[in-house]
Design a protein around this ligand. Structure first.
Ligand code: SF4
Length: 328
């Protein structure tokens, strides 16, 4: 019987799942995913995580609870840095410990460190440490690693061609109504945008209303990088840099009717970046901006009402161009 490794369907699952899955499956490991987010999963996460954590980290704990009894290992890599000279949020670095000390009866945790701050070559070491758990054959591990990178590159390529990550990872179509007459940018961390429960499926809601939705993943990465590097001071948080660079890139585009920023309550990076984005948008372009803060108490009815009001306001404004404030 194959060894089972559990991957929680949360946080950077929406970014790296194709690579992780390919690597493990190449080594004859069975990958077990937690279920899609539901209210009980979120409640479990809230119950088993420290109060101070942000919503996505609490949710991650809920997903761990959802699979911990079905697998031989849990995959919770310790992510320190995913790009040269940059860091990611410290919560990713301490995630294996947070999980370990918040829950009991856990299977062994695979917490191999990923630290690409100095060099990308560290990535192989990180995969190698994981591979050694399942194979003694270095050639086999190397092959699995290269195939995993190839799969991730294919995934990125498909996203660049206009597919949302969730459509590829979960093989689920986001339906548009085919009569797009507005273009709105949806900005936020992948786990806030693509987790349909947490985001209350804003992406589909917008698409179904004839709105073309652009997310950071669909934008040109080189342009994001270039724009982020135009900031007076280098932003060394990878996520913050991507979000800020995306906003600056969007401000150069002529077809954007409005920007929605989804942030998590309790996220230090979002608190800082969303404020910076709003100031830039106010200063440089007359674009409507909507900041949506999510926490475990967010109610769908309230979010729907605010979303509808925002879209109505943009449509009204486009029809009756006047002196109405872009901030409602
Ligand atoms: S970047 Fe923000 S939302 Fe993401 S894990 Fe860190 S604190 Fe939480």
């Amino acid at each position: 019987m194959a060894i089972k490794v559990g991957i929680p369907r949360a946080l950077l699952y929406y970014e790296y799942y194709p690579m992780w899955r390919t690597f493990l499956e190449e080594l004859k490991v069975e990958v077990v995913l937690s279920d899609k987010t539901t209210k009980p999963i979120l409640n479990d996460g809230v119950r088993h995580c420290v109060d101070e954590a942000c919503l996505p980290v609490k949710l991650f704990h809920g997903h761990v609870m959802n699979i911990k009894d079905k697998v031989d290992y849990l995959f919770v890599p310790r992510l320190k840095s995913v790009a040269k000279s940059e860091y990611i949020c410290p919560k990713f670095c301490g995630l294996p410990e947070m999980v370990k000390y918040s829950m009991s009866d856990l299977p062994p945790i695979i917490d191999s460190e990923v630290n690409l701050r100095k060099s990308k070559s560290q990535l192989y070491q990180s995969f190698y440490r994981v591979g050694k758990l399942f194979s003694n054959n270095t050639y086999e591990i190397k092959k699995a690693y290269h195939n995993a990178l190839k799969k991730q590159a294919e995934f990125i390529n498909q996203v660049r061609q206009g597919k949302y990550p969730i459509e590829i990872i979960e093989n689920q179509k986001i339906y548009a109504n085919g009569k797009e007459n507005l273009c709105i940018a949806l900005i936020g961390h992948v786990y806030n945008i693509y987790d349909q429960y947490i985001s209350m499926d804003i992406l589909s809601k917008l698409c179904q209303q004839g709105i073309k939705v652009i997310t950071p993943e669909l934008l040109n990465e080189e342009m994001i990088e270039y724009k982020a590097n135009c900031l007076p001071k280098k932003m060394f948080w990878s996520f913050g840099k991507r979000l800020m660079g995306s906003i600056l890139h969007l401000l150069d585009m002529d077809n954007i009717d409005g920007i929605i920023y989804i942030m998590s309550f309790g996220c230090g990076i979002d608190a800082f970046v969303s404020d910076l984005c709003e100031r830039k948008i106010r200063r440089e372009k007359n674009l409507p901006f909507f900041l949506l803060t999510l926490d475990e108490h967010s109610g769908e009815a309230g979010v729907n009402t605010r979303l509808e009001a925002f879209i109505d306001m943009i449509r009204w404004r486009n029809r009756n161009e006047s002196n109405i404030s872009v901030h409602g």
